[in-house]
Design a protein. Structure first.
Length: 205
């Protein structure tokens, strides 16, 4: 949903950062559009451990293996599109200000300019969609954008544009009436946001 205006040279990623970027892209893919058959198959092969995050991933994999493309599309549409609007509105401005295209979006756009990020030409949604923000975080971790002092840049971006509302969004996704496949995806997102917030707090300390 976004692409880099400039690509920076970066050190090889640690295993932890590779996994972080993968997790953000996992969430971005499933929140940007309904999963197709290839995505459902890939998700069904995920293996989780006994942590909260691992258990949520295992549940997501189990449900993905049982769900058809048509059913996943109906669920996605009920959650995020609907007739007029879906059960949830996955935009930062809506969660923080009650309406779309409000000050949180303007603040994000200014931050994107600083990081040399631009919205992809084929995307019409506001940039503060949860999927776009996850994709931006993945790009910062990868070093596609972020510049010098990238870790603190990631922290500033996360705390400004995700930490203030994404945990509540993912909690709402867990409990949404239309959520079946997306309930454990909500759990994945909520727990991952908690892990990221804790890790960034350690950086600050």
């Amino acid at each position: 949903m976004v692409h880099p205006s400039a690509v920076s040279d970066s050190e090889p990623l640690s295993e932890e950062d590779i996994l972080r970027a993968q997790m953000y892209r996992f969430l971005a893919r499933l929140l940007a559009a309904p999963p197709d058959s290839a995505t459902l198959e890939a998700v069904s092969r995920l293996k989780g451990d006994d942590t909260d995050l691992g258990q949520a991933l295992s549940t997501t994999a189990l449900l993905a293996g049982k769900m058809s493309v048509a059913d996943s599309e109906r669920e996605y549409n009920a959650l995020f599109i609907g007739l007029g609007r879906g059960e949830l509105v996955p935009y930062g401005s809506y969660y923080l200000a009650g309406f779309l295209n409000e000050k949180p979006l303007a603040k994000l756009r200014q931050h994107m300019i600083q990081l040399e990020m631009t919205r992809a030409d084929d995307v019409s949604e506001p940039e503060d969609h949860i999927a776009s923000l996850c994709e931006m975080m993945a790009g910062m971790i990868d070093g596609l954008y972020g510049g010098e002092d990238n870790l603190h840049g990631q922290q500033a971006f996360f705390e400004t544009h995700l930490a203030s509302w994404a945990p509540q969004f993912f909690q709402d996704l867990e409990g949404a009436e239309s959520s079946k496949l997306y309930a454990p995806i909500g759990s994945v997102g909520r727990v991952f946001m908690e892990i990221e917030a804790t890790a960034f707090k350690m950086v600050a300390d």
